[in-house]
Design a protein around this ligand. Structure first.
Ligand code: IPM
Ligand code: MN
Length: 353
C-alpha cells in the first residue's frame, strides 16, 4: 500500500514523540512492503509563532492531501494563564477537527498486564478493564455559540439530530464488533441537549437488537469508571463529557502516556495520543512515546492493515515486559529509558521479529 502521512508534531513534547512514531511507522512499512511518505506541517503555538495561525491553510492543505495525519500535541504555558489571548494553540487542534470533519474520536482504555500495579486503582479492579470511549468531537460547547465580556460569559451546548445520530451509529457499530454493550453517557436529568441524545439513542436501539444499551448520567459514569471499569464495553458521549471522562480513563491504565486515539469522520483521519504537550518535559527525553506509537497502530488498523497494528502492539507489550519504560512507569530501581531509547527498542523489535 502507498501511504501519504501528514506529520503534525506541534508543541512541547510533541516533536520528540513524533519522531518515535514516524520511526516505528517507517520500520513497519519497510517490513510489510508499504511505501510511506511524510509531509511535515505546522500547528499549535509553534505555528502561531511562525505564521500567526495555529492551523494555517497550508497545514490544512497538507492534511487534506494525505491519507492520514499523525498528530502529536499542542499547547504552551504562555497561553494557559492568559485568558485574554486572542489566539491560542488549542484552537489549531479544534480547527483541524472541524475542517477535516472529524466528528468521532475513538479512545480505547486498555490496560497492560505488567503495569496493573502502576494504576492508582486496585489491581483486581483494573485487570479486566477494556473499553472504548467514543467521544463526539465537532459539536457541543466546544463549537457552540460563545460570548464573553467582563461581566458574563457563556458557551452553548448545541447539538442537532444528525450530529447525534451519526456519532451514535459509530458507537453502535463499534459495540457490534466488541462485546455488544453500549453505554450512552449524558446528563438527561438536567440538560436539554442530553435529552435529545437519549431520545435519538432510544430510537436507534431497535436497529441494533443484539446490542445491550444502557444509559448513565455522566456524574454516575465518572464514579462507575473508577469503581468498576470492567462494566464498560463501548461508551458514547458528547464532546465535553468525553474530554473529561477520557482523562479519567487514562488513569486506569497507569499513565496518560500510554493511550492513543483516532479521530475519524468525513475527511482525512487523525491519529494522536490523548495526552497534551507536557511543556515542563520538553526536550528532557522523558516523555512516554507509547501513546504516539500506539496511535500508529490505530492508523494501520484503520486501513485494515491488522498484522501491522498487531506487530506494533506486540512490540509495545514486549518493551513494557522488558522494563524498557520511561520514568513514570519504571519499576523501582529499574533502569531509566528515555523517549528515544524506548522508541528505538520498539523499532528494533519490529525489525527483528
Ligand atoms: C484532548 C485535549 C483537547 C480537547 C484540548 C487540547 C483542546 O484535551 O484532545 O482531549 O479538549 O479536546
Ligand atoms: Mn482532553
Amino acid at each position: 500500500m502507498n501511504l501519504k502521512i501528514a506529520v503534525l508534531a506541534g508543541d512541547g513534547i510533541g516533536p520528540e514523540i513524533s519522531v518515535q512514531g514516524v520511526n516505528v511507522m517507517s520500520a513497519v512499512c519497510e517490513k510489510f512492503g508499504h511505501r510511506v511518505s511524510y509531509e511535515y506541517a505546522l500547528c499549535g503555538a509553534d505555528a502561531i509563532d511562525k505564521v500567526g495561525d495555529p492551523f494555517p491553510d497550508e497545514t490544512y492543505n497538507v492534511c487534506q492531501a494525505a491519507d492520514a495525519v499523525l498528530f502529536s500535541s499542542v499547547g504552551h504555558p504562555k497561553y494557559d494563564n492568559d485568558p485574554t489571548a486572542k489566539v491560542r494553540p488549542e484552537q489549531g487542534l479544534l480547527a483541524m477537527r472541524k475542517r477535516l470533519g472529524l466528528f468521532a474520536n475513538i479512545r480505547p482504555v486498555q490496560t497492560f498486564k505488567c503495569l496493573v500495579h502502576k494504576s492508582p486503582l486496585r489491581a483486581e479492579l483494573v485487570e479486566n478493564a477494556d473499553f472504548v470511549c467514543i467521544r463526539e468531537l465537532t459539536g457541543g460547547m466546544y463549537f457552540g455559540e460563545k460570548y464573553q465580556d467582563n461581566e458574563k460569559a457563556y458557551d452553548t451546548n448545541f447539538y442537532t439530530r444528525p450530529e447525534i445520530a451519526r456519532i451514535l451509529k459509530v458507537a453502535f457499530d463499534y459495540a457490534m464488533k466488541r462485546r455488544r454493550h453500549l453505554t450512552v453517557v449524558d446528563k438527561a436529568n438536567v440538560l436539554a441537549s442530553s435529552r435529545l441524545w437519549r431520545q435519538v439513542a432510544q430510537e436507534m436501539e431497535s436497529l441494533y437488537p443484539d446490542v445491550t444499551t444502557d444509559y448513565m448520567y455522566v456524574d454516575n459514569a465518572a464514579m462507575r469508571m473508577i469503581q468498576e471499569p470492567a462494566f464498560f464495553d463501548v461508551m458514547v458521549t458528547e464532546n465535553t463529557f468525553g474530554d473529561i471522562l477520557t482523562d479519567e480513563g487514562s488513569v486506569i491504565s497507569g499513565s496518560m502516556g500510554l493511550l492513543p486515539s483516532a479521530s475519524t469522520g468525513t475527511g482525512t483521519p487523525v491519529f494522536e495520543p490523548i495526552h497534551g504537550s507536557w511543556p515542563q518535559a520538553t526536550g528532557l527525553n522523558i516523555a512516554n512515546p507509547v501513546a504516539q506509537i500506539l496511535s500508529v497502530a490505530m492508523l494501520f488498523e484503520h486501513f485494515d492493515l491488522k498484522a501491522e497494528g498487531t506487530l506494533i502492539r506486540q512490540a509495545v507489550d514486549a518493551s513494557l515486559e522488558a522494563n524498557v519504560r520511561t520514568p513514570e512507569i519504571q519499576v523501582e530501581d529499574g533502569e531509566r529509558y528515555g523517549t528515544k531509547e524506548v522508541g528505538e527498542w520498539i523499532v528494533r523489535f519490529v525489525r527483528e521479529t
